[in-house]
Design a protein around this ligand. Structure first.
Ligand SMILES: *Cc1c(COP(=O)(O)O)cnc(C)c1O
Length: 415
């Protein structure tokens, strides 16, 4: 698909509007494991909530300086047809957050107009690929708030990925500040309630120059954003057809499948494009060791339902620890399902009542059929979402849009 080029629409942001912050190098960063412990995560979560409260009180709204008068909503851009929003770069938000890291001075950064990064050809990321990303979204809720879903989880995941690729992790306070100030500055790019979201893309890149193989001498942390439409336009889940991939693997034990490293994504394209040509939405990968168990889809986690039991592959380093995956596990348990994080053989999946996938963009997506070695298994009625997938999709989107209570404390208001 051709992407229209995106010219930066705003050049009027003056220097005085930039909010600069400094974060000293974190001494604790080297101690983080690839998967933070429950206690580390809890500490992170409370840190983030405190940071959120402080930022909400003290930080001036960039959007309000544009003269629109309404600081939280700003003037909605006239050129966006909110009913026809797709998932792409057509409506890039005008502000991005950029911080740079130098040893000694630590992180320094602030908001600036969306625009190109200047890199030397010898930048580490262009040669050796030090790069991890995140995907998250801000939405207008039914209560009229702008809300972000579990940003502490994305912060923790980026820290773990940074560790795996020998990069200095942005501290969680910096991560949250960057995400929240990007939201605020671009509030006028957050679609009306129910029409979509502001998709946010945090990036951590080894932007410093190096010739021999080694970590970059300096780093950039960037958060940019784009207005995107609701994934399922009708509000109704459209089931997808998947095929089990038999030639390629996505990740291997001991590799980096568990990180959102940029390098994990281009290798799936050749597989995904071939599947699309054959009429499938995407593929399901099997484990590299035995070719027996389900791993995940190119950018979504997978769940298999039989009766009241829901199974999903365990986090053993080869699959991505999705925030939606984790949330669906908690939510399904609360709704009375038995949820097991356990190996799921492809033969078991072919006998299941239902299969669904999860990810930030789709939330929950029902699988209409799974094809394995030429055998096609249909789930539910053609074109109709299956029961459990629909139930979890509705429960989670209701919670995310503040149409239902949030007993978990997952929703962070941007204010
Ligand atoms: C991002 C991603 C997911 C979904 O993660 P969420 O945090 O739920 O968006 C699943 N699998 C892969 C490979 C991913 O990159």
């Amino acid at each position: 698909m051709a992407h229209p080029t995106c010219s930066s629409q705003l050049t009027s942001l003056s220097d005085r509007n930039a909010v600069f912050v400094r974060h000293a190098p974190s001494r604790s960063s080297n101690r983080l494991n690839a998967f933070p412990t429950q206690r580390q995560r809890q500490r992170l979560h409370s840190q983030l909530l405190r940071a959120s409260a402080i930022l909400t009180k003290e930080e001036p709204s960039i959007a309000s300086t544009s003269g629109s008068g309404d600081s939280s909503n700003g003037a909605m851009p006239a050129d966006i047809n909110w009913d026809e929003l797709g998932f792409g770069i057509d409506h890039m938000a005008p502000y991005m957050y950029r911080a740079t890291y130098h040893p000694g001075s630590g992180w320094e950064g602030g908001l600036e107009p969306y625009g190109p990064l200047q890199l030397d050809p010898s930048a580490q990321v262009l040669n050796y690929g030090q790069s991890v990303f995140e995907g998250m979204k801000a939405q207008r809720s039914a209560k009229g708030n702008i809300v972000v879903f579990r940003p502490d989880e994305n912060a923790a995941r980026m820290m773990a990925g940074a560790e795996r690729l020998s990069m200095p992790p942005p501290p969680p306070e910096l991560f949250l500040e960057a995400v929240l100030s990007t939201c605020r500055a671009n509030a006028h790019y957050i679609p009306p309630q129910g029409k979509g979201s502001l998709y946010m893309r945090p990036l951590l890149l080894g932007t410093g120059s190096i010739l021999g193989l080694g970590p970059a001498p300096s780093y950039s942390f960037v958060v940019y954003a784009a207005a995107v439409g609701a994934y399922f336009k009708t509000g109704q889940l459209t089931p997808i057809d998947l095929i089990v991939e038999e030639r390629f693997h996505r990740a291997a034990p001991g590799g980096m499948g568990g990180t959102k490293a940029a390098g994990n994504y281009s290798p799936v394209l050749v597989v995904q494009l071939a599947a699309k040509q054959s009429g499938y939405a995407d593929v399901v990968y099997l484990d590299a060791k035995t070719d027996t168990y389900l791993e995940e889809v190119s950018s979504c986690n997978i769940f298999v339902v039989k009766g009241n039991t829901i199974k999903t592959p365990p986090l053993a380093g080869t699959i991505l620890p999705g925030v939606t995956r984790k949330s669906v596990i908690q939510l399904a348990r609360q709704l009375g399902y038995e949820v097991q994080e356990t190996n799921v053989a492809v033969t078991e999946a072919m006998e299941a009542d239902e299969i669904f996938t999860t990810g930030t963009a789709v939330v929950v997506s029902a699988v209409g059929s799974l094809t394995h070695r030429g055998v096609r298994k249909q789930f539910g009625e053609a074109g109709q979402p299956t029961r459990t997938a629909l139930r979890l999709y509705e429960a989670l989107t209701a919670l995310q849009q503040e149409k239902a209570d949030d007993p978990f404390g997952w929703i962070v208001p941007v204010a």
